[in-house]
Design a protein around this ligand. Structure first.
Ligand code: SF4
Ligand code: SF4
Length: 118
């Protein structure tokens, strides 16, 4: 199974609607997933397709339907790190307030406890 960040997401699915998810060949992402192609810095980049409401097409009732082979960007996203980057000003754009809040909550919960797998 591919490696991933360990985040205690529980029933949270915020980041499945917040960001475009790139498919990165260098990280062995499955390139045949439903996708859209966009130009970024003169290069064509594939992103997971989104539903009309902005959620990823692979987000189901019970969460991610492709979690075992989710793209690298999903497997390694950690809202606690996002919170730290947001606070330090290293991520000046695209700060999602709900995800920053969630990252802060998790950091507070983590204090003095071990982090569990999602
Ligand atoms: S915002 Fe954080 S807790 Fe919520 S799904 Fe994303 S990584 Fe998990
Ligand atoms: S692939 Fe899965 S984890 Fe990634 S955005 Fe879609 S539903 Fe969420």
């Amino acid at each position: 199974m591919p490696s991933r960040a360990h985040v205690a997401c529980g029933s949270c699915r915020l980041c499945c609607s917040a960001f475009p998810v790139p498919l990165i060949p260098e990280h062995d992402d499955v390139l045949s997933y439903e996708r859209t192609l966009e130009m970024r810095d003169d290069k064509q980049v594939a992103f997971l397709k989104k539903k009309e409401d902005g959620a990823c097409v692979y987000l189901g009732e019970g969460g991610c339907t492709i979690w075992e082979r989710a793209p690298f960007a999903c497997r390694y996203f950690d809202c606690r790190t996002y919170y730290h980057l947001g606070r330090s000003g290293l991520r000046p754009t695209n700060n999602d307030a709900n995800i920053l809040k969630r990252g802060k909550e998790l950091l507070e919960n983590d204090r003095g406890r071990s982090v569990v797998h999602r």
